[in-house]
Write a protein that binds this ligand. Sequence first.
Ligand SMILES: [Fe+2]
Length: 248
Amino acid sequence: MIDLHCHILPAIDDGAKNKEISLKMLAEQKRQGVKAITFTPHFNFNRIDVDRFVEVRQRSYESLMSDPQVSEMGIKFKLGCEVYFSTKLNETDLDPLCFEDSNYILIEFPMDQRPYGLKHTIVDILNRGYQPILAHVERYPYFTEDPEQLYNLIEKGCVAQINAGAVLQSDKAALRYIKWGMAQLICTDSHNVKNREPNLKEALRFVKKKYGEEYVDWFEKNARDVFKGRYVDEPMLKKPKKILGFWI
Ligand SMILES: [Fe+2]
């Protein structure tokens, strides 16, 4: 198992407050059988510039790696981040924000309303050769109410990620995206060990029970491909249809 979205690095965002919590989160990931992790602290253009963010992230990473318990765990690590959507993405060198050794860039959107310039900005990023991973797509009402919008972005080359927690809560949107083949990655988006804890194993167990082992294999293969910087297989997309006012 590989986790490509989590807030484990210490004291950098609203995730692990300190190294002690980071270590607890890593120990839990290890216990569940996670073999590789991409660290994705929040990055927001309104709060910090890219160079400074990279410096702060490096410091946080080194402080965690300096603990001997970490190397004993035998987990592979890469650096990434979770970028809060902004039209500034169009005018920024995105290499430092991509997952290490890849052109994948994890992007989250505002929850309340569809941001101005979403489609143009994402298409521009794709045209520049980057591959946006759309974070926790089950959370955005403007996609849930009109899933064709998300379908079109995935068809253009975006990768859609859903949260393990949403799967475990049988979140309607998350399960529909799995059913339609629109969710390509399941990640923890874990922030701590209390209420947003690492939970990949349980989520994949849930998927196996509800949809079958081939879905779990597919999610695991996609995560491996992203971690290694390879292309993800074509999604198993079924275009959502609206019948009598309901998306099916
Ligand atoms: Fe996140």
